[in-house]
Each structure stands twice: as C-alpha cells, then as structure tokens.
Design a binder for this molecule. Structure first.
Ligand SMILES: [Fe+2]
Ligand SMILES: [Fe+2]
Length: 311
C-alpha cells in the first residue's frame, strides 16, 4: 500500500473535563483548505483518496473519501453545502462528476449528506443509504427536484450488503447506533480500508490527514465526542467484536485522523469496547425541567427576554 502523507506526532492539548452531571459537548475545529487529495492507496485499477481540509469556518472538520475502481467511482459522506463546491472541484482531477457511480452515506446527518440536491442535480450517481433513511433524506431535496431522486435511491438493508464496483465490491458493514439508528461503515477489500463514519472521529487542531502515532495522547481528542454521540457500550462491544474478525489496514473516520496498522487498530478497539457512552452515562439529572430564577426574569420585564441559562 502506498501511503502518500508524511506522519508526525499529534499535539498534546489536554482533555476538557466535563462538568459533573453535564453531558460533554465536543469542541469543533475549522481548518484552512488547500483542496489537496491524500492518496491512501493506488495501483493500476484502484485508488483511494481522502480530502480533509475542504470545510472552512464554523463547520466541523470532515473527511470525504473517494474510491475509484476500473473507472467506477464512489464518494463517501460528501457533506453539505459547505463542502459541495470545493469537493466537486477537487475530485474532477480524478473523476468527472457526471460519471460518479455512487454517493454513499454512512447515515443521515447534515455533515454527511445534506448536499444531496447538488449530487442529484449534477451527477447521475445512485444514492446509497440505510433503508431507515431512504425516505427521509429526500426531504433535503426541493420539491421541484423530486423527479431527480426517482429511481436513484438504494436502500441498504439492516444486515448490510455488497455494492458492486467493477470487478470488486464495497462492503456495507452494520454500525447501527454508532451513532445513528440506521448506520453503516464501508469496507474496501482491495485497500483493506474501513470508512468508519463517526466512529473513531477525533477533533484535532491541525493535520487531520496524518495517522495517529501516539494512541494515549490521541484519546482526549476522541473521548468527549464518543461519550456524547455513541449510543451505548453494548453496541461498541458488538461492533468491535465484528471488526476484530476483519482484515483491516486502516480505519478512516469522517472527522480527524486515520488509525493505521493492526497494532494501532487493536489499541483503538481495546479503548472503544470499554468506552462508557451515551445512555450508559445518563441519570435522572439529565432529565429535569429547566428552572429559572423568577427575579432575574422580573427585572427584565420591560425588555424582551434574552436567552437565559437554567440555574
Ligand atoms: Fe453523525
Ligand atoms: Fe460526523
């Protein structure tokens, strides 16, 4: 496998400690964009690319992935309006937009597939998404474009499926509740790369294209996000057990750094399968009607109420 990017140690920002009883809110980070593709794998017939710096401003850093096999192509988790224009410009070096075979979504989030209308308009690609979201994601498309979506939605059944690409396939691997109720990861058996959606996501300030080198220092960059966005330890364990039986060389999440090599992947799985997250951490404390200080409201009776924080 040819890995095109150089590697470096990630920074050493400490973890933010969540206030007691308050669910952690992950930090967002924006990066400058150069529209540079990172070539993760390349041979005569097959190529895997990622783009890591197309989101600017307030949007969370996101990775978009492209697989090309014998002239067939698939784009994974292309993102929303923020990424459509730079992404469509960046990939034309490798594939024409109108020739893309598949736009594949791991789940339904805005940073995953809210550019659906653009892909329907400017490509002939099939849109591949969990059967749970098949009839919801067309809501992202204006009514006048309804016909553009007809016959182009491919629903992935809960158990997953093979998506044909020339003489190879992309395997849709179940990842339900990690974090969406209908959620898939995608395995490319040629490069042995797993695209893991939000699983393994990290919030890094720079160089999201560089693989993780020091796992222990990387944990704080993943912890808050996974504790809040993943549903429960039970699904983490079920997923990790399935993944351990696969031949994977690299895990590429939708945010932050890839996890490369069996040793690092094992460290990640060891961490993930013991993670307490989502509903594991909830108590009655998180389900209370917000209480406000009456005096605070009365003092401001001549003014329209501004946003007040509960006591
Ligand atoms: Fe998500
Ligand atoms: Fe995401």
């Amino acid at each position: 496998m040819q890995v095109a990017h150089t590697v470096s140690q990630e920074g050493s920002r400490p973890a933010t400690t969540p206030e007691q009883g308050v669910l952690p809110t992950p930090k967002l980070s924006g990066v400058k964009h150069s529209m540079q593709a990172n070539i993760l794998f390349q041979n005569d017939e097959h190529m895997v690319l990622t783009f890591t710096d197309l989101v600017t401003g307030e949007g969370i850093q996101s990775n978009q992935i492209v697989v090309i096999q014998e002239g067939h192509s698939a784009i994974f988790d292309p993102g929303g309006d923020l990424t459509y224009m730079p992404l469509s410009m960046a990939i034309t070096k490798y594939v024409k937009i109108k020739d893309i075979d598949y736009v594949i979504a791991s789940h339904q989030d805005p940073d995953i597939i809210s550019s659906l209308d653009k892909w329907l308009m400017y490509s002939n690609a099939k849109i591949v998404v969990s059967k749970l979201w098949e009839r919801f994601v067309p809501h992202l498309v204006p009514g006048y474009m309804k016909e553009k979506a007809e016959g182009r939605m491919v629903a992935i059944p809960d158990q997953g499926m093979y998506i044909p690409m020339g003489h190879s396939v992309i395997k849709a691997i179940p990842a339900h509740f990690l974090h969406s109720v209908g959620n898939f990861h995608f395995y490319d058996p040629v490069s042995k790369i797993l695209f893991s959606g939000d699983v393994g996501a990290s919030m890094v300030d720079e160089h999201p294209e560089r693989p993780v080198r020091n796992f222990d220092r990387h944990i704080p960059k993943m912890q808050g996000f996974h504790e809040r966005y993943m549903v429960s330890n039970k699904v983490c364990r079920l997923w990790a057990k399935m993944i351990r039986n696969m031949d994977i060389e690299m895990i590429v999440p939708q945010h932050g750094r890839p996890i490369q090599g069996k040793e690092m992947i094992n460290k990640f799985l060891d961490w993930f399968e013991t993670l307490e997250c989502g509903i594991d951490k909830l108590t009655q404390h998180h389900y209370r009607v917000p209480q406000y200080n009456r005096n605070q409201i009365n003092e401001k009776k001549d003014e329209p109420l501004s946003l007040l924080s509960p006591m």
